[in-house]
Design a protein around this ligand. Structure first.
Ligand code: SME
Length: 149
């Protein structure tokens, strides 16, 4: 049950801290070091009409993504998670690290408003399941519940 462990660890990390950047930084580090087979995990924040890179773990990544573009911009525009089993089959996928083969993006919402997205990449095709999606949606909800904007 990796997501129950993740939730427990997250409860400890977020306790008594409401800073968005600090909590997103620790959240990225926790996810990256807890879940197997990831090569990138991190946040993009909504800034006007585009997403701008936030705290992350992994290789340096593209800084700005327009709303509706790539997997991240698609999840942001839909305000819904996007699970891509094979990034080569997602026409508008934005390549930050050519090693990435599958991707899961979860929107970060606060009181119904879009704050940004949380992105995870894997070097394995088909790395993410429906259980990963629901586990990450619950984890991101905990994260956003702890943060004051
Ligand atoms: N692949 C993403 C871009 C962000 S990186 O993977 C870190 C996309 O298509 O939106």
């Amino acid at each position: 049950m990796p997501y129950l462990d993740l939730q427990r660890a997250l409860g400890g990390l977020l306790a008594g801290e409401s800073d968005l950047i600090a909590n997103c930084a620790n959240f990225s580090a926790l996810v990256y070091t807890s879940l197997p087979e990831l090569n990138w995990a991190g946040c993009y924040f909504l800034r006007g009409e585009e997403l701008v890179l936030g705290p992350f773990q992994g290789m340096p990544a593209c800084v700005r993504i327009a709303m509706g573009r790539g997997v991240c911009g698609t999840a942001a525009a839909r305000r819904a998670s996007v699970l891509v089993p094979d990034v080569h089959a997602f026409t508008d996928h934005i390549v930050c690290d050519p090693v990435s083969r599958s991707e899961l993006v979860v929107p970060m919402l606060k009181d119904g408003a879009l704050v940004g997205i949380f992105d995870m990449d894997s070097p394995l095709p088909d790395r993410f399941s429906a259980a990963d999606q629901s586990g990450m949606e619950a984890a991101v909800a905990l994260l956003m519940g702890a943060c004051h904007l």
